[in-house]
Every structure is written in structure tokens, then in C-alpha cells.
Design a protein around this ligand. Sequence first.
Ligand code: AP5
Ligand code: ZN
Length: 217
Amino acid sequence: MRIVLVGPPGAGKGTQAAFLAKKLSIPHISTGDLFRANISQGTDLGKQAKSYMDAGNLVPDEVTIAMAKDRMAQQDAVNGFLLDGFPRNVSQAEALDLALKADDVSLDAVLDLEVPEGEVVKRIAGRRTCRNDSSHVFHVTYSPPKKEGVCDVCGGELYQREDDSEATVRNRLNVYHTQTEPIIDHYRAQDLVVTISALGKVEEVTERALAALKDKQ
Ligand code: AP5
Ligand code: ZN
């Protein structure tokens, strides 16, 4: 399946993507994780992205689209993928449409995670991320690691992301409403959108997502 995951910052996209990708045997492609890996490796791409990310703004399309296309062209994504954090505005969505069309394939579903703003703020405030791999994510109360400050998966140090400060989160939410939400209408016109509530336990949300995706298979 080819799936796009959308939802506000802190909705649980990365958390759900990890389970869904495993269950559906497709790679989880997160542009946020790709940028953070580039930043920690000190690449030129990471240097270009860092200031935008720290401020909670979108990294320019040119850089982002090239990176996403590159990743989607890898062998493990030939038969499907779960995109998390891409596309994030209408021009990225149009670029993705064109790239898929050129390969004679198309999306199966756009899974829209709905969460009230108050809950998103709580989820982000308590989030702790692994320094070795930003897809290893915990929450101080909702999903605490076995040992405080230590990643259960790889033993790495847990920290609070630079863009998780209150002021930056406010800007990220604003960017989401003004730039990302319009892609939902873009995909509604293609009859791809399934909206689910992302409230409740992680496993409950995964079940809800899998049930919603069944209709699109
Ligand atoms: P990105 O990394 O994509 O951040 P985001 O979209 O803001 O999403 P988050 O990672 O904050 O949240 P999430 O929805 O994955 O939630 P999570 O699962 O961690 O992007 C970061 C930046 O990169 C952007 O601001 C931009 O600068 C740049 N960027 C990325 N893609 C780009 C693009 N396409 N174009 C341009 N720029 C781009 O969950 C949050 C917390 O809640 C965790 O602690 C988790 O444990 C907890 N939690 C999850 N589910 C539940 C649950 N059901 N109940 C209780 N707690 C839960
Ligand atoms: Zn880790």
C-alpha cells in the first residue's frame, strides 16, 4: 500500500507509523526523522534544514522534495510506503502526485489523525526522543521508558527536541493549520482521505487505523 499520514505535530504520527509499517510490511518514511539524522551526521542537508526546524518552519520545498523522492526511489519502497510528515503543503502534494504518476502508481489512502489541540500540547510537552534515532519516541507519563532518560530500544540518551519548546510548538501548529491542512482538501478531491480520532491508547488508535485502511486496500 502507498499511504500518507497527516495530523498536527504531536498527534502520534511517528508512534502509529512504526506499528502500521510493521503490520503492513512497508517502510516508514519520515521526512522529520530523515532531517534529524542528517543534522546529527552534520551533512550539508542537515545544515540547510536546522534553522528552519528549530524555528518550527517548513524546510524549503526544493530540498524536501528531492530528499523524499530519493528515499522513495530506494528498493524497499518500490511496492509501497507509509509517508509521515510528507507532503506538508499543496506544492509538495502536487510534486508527489507527479512523481507517482511518472512511475504509473498511485496512493491508496491518506490517513488523517484528529486530535484536539490541548492533547497535542500535552503529548509534545512530555515527549522524549532518542539521540541515536529520532524514531525511538517515549512520553514521560503516557509511555515512559523502563529506565528514566534511557532509550528502551538502543540504550541511547533521551532528550527533549529543540523544536518542542512552547513558542516553537505554537508556530508549528500555526504552520500546520495554514500550510498543511489544505492538503486534506487536495486529497479529498481524489477520494483518498480517511479521518480517525487519535485519542485513546496507542494500540486502540492502531486498530482504528488498520480498520479504516482496510476499506482503501
Ligand atoms: P516532524 O518530525 O515531522 O514533526 P511533526 O509533524 O511536528 O510531528 P511530531 O514528530 O512532532 O509528532 P508526531 O505526530 O510524530 O507524534 P509522536 O508519535 O512523536 O517535523 C519536524 C520539522 O521538520 C518540521 O517542523 C519541519 O521544520 C521539518 N519538516 C519535516 N517534514 C517536512 C516537510 N515535508 N516539508 C518541510 N519541512 C519538513 O507522538 C508525540 C508524543 O505523544 C510522544 O511522546 C508519544 O509517546 C505520545 N503519544 C503518541 N500516541 C499517543 C497516545 N495514543 N496516547 C498518549 N500519548 C501518545
Ligand atoms: Zn534509541
